[in-house]
Design a protein around this ligand. Sequence first.
Ligand SMILES: C[S@@+](CC[C@H](N)C(=O)[O-])C[C@H]1O[C@@H](n2cnc3c(N)ncnc32)[C@H](O)[C@@H]1O
Length: 407
Amino acid sequence: MASTASPMASQLRSSFASSSTKRLAVPKDINIGARFRISPAKRSFIIKAVQIPGEMEAIEEYPMNGGHGIYSYAKNSYRQGQAINAVKELIKEEITEKLDISKFPSSDTFRIVDMGCSAGPNTFFAVQNVLEAVEKKYQCEGRPDHCRLPEFQVFFNDHSSNDFNTLFTSLPPNKNYYVAGVPGSFHVRLFPEASLHIVISSYAIQWISRIPKELVDRSSPAWNKGRTYYAHAGAETIKAYADQFAKDMDSFFHFRAQEVVPGGMVLLTIPGGRWNYQILSNTLYDLLESTIVDLAKKGIISEEKLDSFNVPQYFPSPQEMEAAVKRNGCFSIERIECLHDEKKQANPKEARVFSSHMRAGLEFLLSEHFGHEIMDELFDLFTKKIEECEVFDMGVAFKLLVVLKRK
Ligand SMILES: C[S@@+](CC[C@H](N)C(=O)[O-])C[C@H]1O[C@@H](n2cnc3c(N)ncnc32)[C@H](O)[C@@H]1O
């Protein structure tokens, strides 16, 4: 999946890097007077800007591994698939009970989006679950003028660097909906006013849009020296992560409120928990951190590289999600459910499977920071660490299902 930059790419990269601000095309809903910062691009020259009330910042992209290779997301996303399965019946129940189809004109095409769809196949299952519930709803409750099922249009959204080719070449052959891809961050406006009936998102919004500056600032009490995420970090570091997540949720709900029709629904499945409040040891993220620390001790990566790397994910509590929805004020909370993982302690004999699972999701990020050439060594050592653990925890305390209705 990872590749090295071509000479042309390097030339372009340096010309971008040479000027710190430029004028870009202005996305809808963004204040024209504001200045855009261009971050010297990631491998794929991704430059985005988003307006979060009061400031303008670059959004970072960390795509999952594309294609169908051994470390691809398509082949290593069974855990995310399990989450979709775990909430399937709850989602159907919520749609059947709460979706207000009487508010939708009978001529409307019914529009669904999966935000953070990645490169399949989980997204197709998630969409199918929603479709089955909506169809049933229309069959049982459709008004006389809803004499037939509406036409369905499904949008698959992810960053533009997502492998949409793999996604679209594996679409279910017998699907009964029209398909469109919508590239772009869900932290900006993506759809026309009041055009969506259902938004779903599974295991995506825990990816924060950027690493807070304080985490890599030596002079800040939040500097995350020697660590790669927040589980065992100090209070300031945890707060920096939590604040960034809160900001991201503000932009997410701000734009969804514009896009979703009154009576429409937003259904989010999120890996949840507050690691700092729980004694979870030997999690996959702990083991990954200790792998990276070992590589730094061996001199394979520099201490500076270790200190400047942070995993851009935050696993919120139900209270944090509730507070974000309330701050926005445009959605009613229909349900917030914590589903505890039944199988918290996994069998280290499956080490290779767990390691490939993490590799599918994090290789882009890690290779951008530490270099593609050390990925095999890093993940071999990581696999060994998993094997050596008598027990280890998956690291996520529970799944959160958040069901909202547009007021
Ligand atoms: C772990 S994958 C989950 C994919 C799929 N929903 C599933 O359940 O298998 C997370 C996906 O969210 C996407 N993502 C993260 N932040 C995003 C953002 N701000 N906008 C759009 N997609 C985003 C990532 O690119 C990635 O494809």
